[in-house]
Design a protein around this ligand. Structure first.
Ligand SMILES: Nc1ncnc2c1ncn2[C@@H]1O[C@H](COP(=O)(O)OP(=O)(O)OP(=O)(O)O)[C@@H](O)[C@H]1O
Ligand SMILES: [Mg+2]
Length: 263
């Protein structure tokens, strides 16, 4: 069982406040939280605050314990994040990157188990045939999948994904998010995923937080958050929202709104 909490998250770059008292809903085991918002709204900064990479005045807990309570190693034993930028297009092979990362993290598994784990993750993400291809020869989407493989290898209870599907085609977007959900039902844990695709968010997230200018504009179930009024306010677009047969919102974007124009 994992319970993840984050309240009062405020973050600055220099003197500029980019997150202002952000309170996320409590995430209980098996829940996926979608973090939505336009460019520069603060999603990646929030992800870095949640992981501990960026300092914040907020209170972030896993099962009621903070990073200070658990210590750096204890925290990162339970939490892993996939950054927005994929691994650099270097001459390194995906397999080498996985092994060197595992060595650096001192993961508590035998070489045999690790080899099986890497093989399984690569197979699931369609990377087996690219395992020995230098990263600079892979497409952007395949490199993004290697970035996801690195986070999954750590088998965390709290998985933070910053735009995990932004470079992926329609097939792989769904494979990735199916895998994320399947993993939660198999082993428990929680996921926070920053996403730009509203339909994927509606389909895969239990709760959605809509950020704008470093503040939360709406928070709750997809049907509650993905409304034409919220989307007009935050994304400056006119939309039509209908419900599919499972009651999930389907967002049709009609046009961008002009400056000063109401939806
Ligand atoms: N290292 C940094 N130094 C200074 N300002 C930064 C830094 N990183 C981000 N910012 C600023 O913080 C704000 C939030 O940026 P952030 O990357 O968190 O947005 P985002 O919601 O992830 O955007 P996107 O959808 O484009 O990825 C922006 O105004 C950005 O310019
Ligand atoms: Mg970002």
């Amino acid at each position: 069982m994992t319970v993840f909490g984050a309240t009062g998250i405020t973050a600055k770059y220099g003197q500029v406040t980019v997150l202002d008292q952000v309170d996320l809903p409590i995430l209980n085991d098996n829940e996926v939280l979608g973090l939505l918002g336009p460019n520069a709204s603060g999603k990646s900064t929030l992800m870095r605050c949640l992981s501990g990479e960026k300092s914040t005045t907020g209170h972030i807990t896993i099962d009621g314990r903070t990073r200070a309570d658990m210590g750096h190693d204890g925290w990162h034993h339970r939490l892993a994040s996939m950054p927005q930028s994929p691994p650099n297009p270097s001459a390194l092979l995906p397999t080498e990157l996985m092994w060197s990362t595992a060595r650096a993290l001192d993961l508590d598994v035998s070489d045999r188990e690790l080899a099986d784990q890497i093989e399984g993750i690569f197979a699931r993400l369609g990377l087996s045939e690219f395992a020995l291809s230098p990263l600079h020869t892979l497409s952007g989407g395949k490199r993004q999948l290697v970035g996801l493989a690195l986070a999954l290898m750590r088998d965390p209870d709290v998985l933070l994904l910053d735009e995990p599907t932004s470079a992926l085609d329609l097939h792989w977007r769904m494979v990735v998010l199916d895998l994320v959900r399947e993993r939660l039902s198999d082993r428990g844990g929680v996921v926070v995923a920053a996403l730009h695709d509203l339909d994927l968010a509606a389909r895969y997230c239990d709760q959605i937080v809509l950020l704008h200018g470093g503040k939360i504009i709406a928070s709750g179930g997809p049907q509650h958050v993905l409304t034409p009024a919220n989307l007009a306010r935050v994304y400056r677009v006119e939309t039509r929202v209908t419900l599919d047969c499972d009651g999930r919102p389907l967002v049709q974007v009609i046009r961008p709104l002009r400056d000063g124009e109401a939806a």
